[in-house]
Design a protein around this ligand. Structure first.
Ligand SMILES: [Zn+2]
Length: 146
C-alpha cells in the first residue's frame, strides 16, 4: 500500500510534467488568420507563441500534479510510520501483558489471595478452588485425595 502510494506519486509527477509540456506547447500558440492585399486577398495563418499562456498552462497543469504527488508521498510516509508502530506494538504487547499480569498477581496476593501449588495460578482469597486446575484450597498441604 505504501509502495503503491509512492509509485503513484512518481507517476503523477511524470504524467503531470509530460502533460504540462504537451498542453503548454499546443495551447500556448495563438493562431491568427491574417488577410492582406487590396486587389487579391491573401489569407494566411500566423501562429504566435504566447509565452504568458504557455507558462500559465505549464504551471497550471504541473502544479496540481505536484501537490497531488506530495499528498501521496506524505500518505506513503504515514503508512510506513503506522507500519513501524504496529511492529512495535506487536513486539511489546505480550511483554506489557506479562508485566500487568505479574502486577495483578502481586495485588491479589497482597489482598490475601493464594498461589496454587499445583499449577502456579494466583487465585483470589474468596475462591476455594483454583480457577485453572480446580485444586481445592483445602487440599493445600494435604495433597490430593481424589
Ligand atoms: Zn491450580
Amino acid at each position: 500500500m505504501k509502495k503503491a502510494c509512492y509509485g503513484l506519486g512518481i507517476f503523477v509527477i511524470v504524467a503531470g510534467l509530460v502533460g504540462a509540456v504537451i498542453l503548454a506547447h499546443k495551447l500556448g500558440v495563438t493562431v491568427e488568420i491574417v488577410t492582406s492585399g487590396s486587389y487579391y486577398k491573401f489569407t494566411e495563418t500566423v501562429s504566435n507563441r504566447d509565452w504568458g499562456t504557455t507558462i500559465g498552462i505549464f504551471v497550471g497543469v504541473l502544479f496540481p500534479s505536484i501537490v497531488l504527488a506530495i499528498i501521496l508521498f506524505a500518505l506513503s510516509d504515514i503508512l510506513e510510520k503506522l507500519d513501524a508502530q504496529a511492529t512495535i506494538i506487536e513486539k511489546f504487547t505480550p511483554l506489557l501483558k506479562d508485566m500487568s499480569n505479574e502486577a495483578l498477581d502481586k495485588q491479589i496476593l497482597a489482598d490475601g489471595g493464594w498461589k496454587c501449588p499445583e499449577c502456579g495460578k494466583v487465585n483470589r482469597f474468596y475462591t476455594n478452588e483454583c480457577s485453572k486446575c480446580h485444586l481445592k484450597k483445602d487440599y493445600i498441604g494435604k495433597g490430593r485425595t481424589n
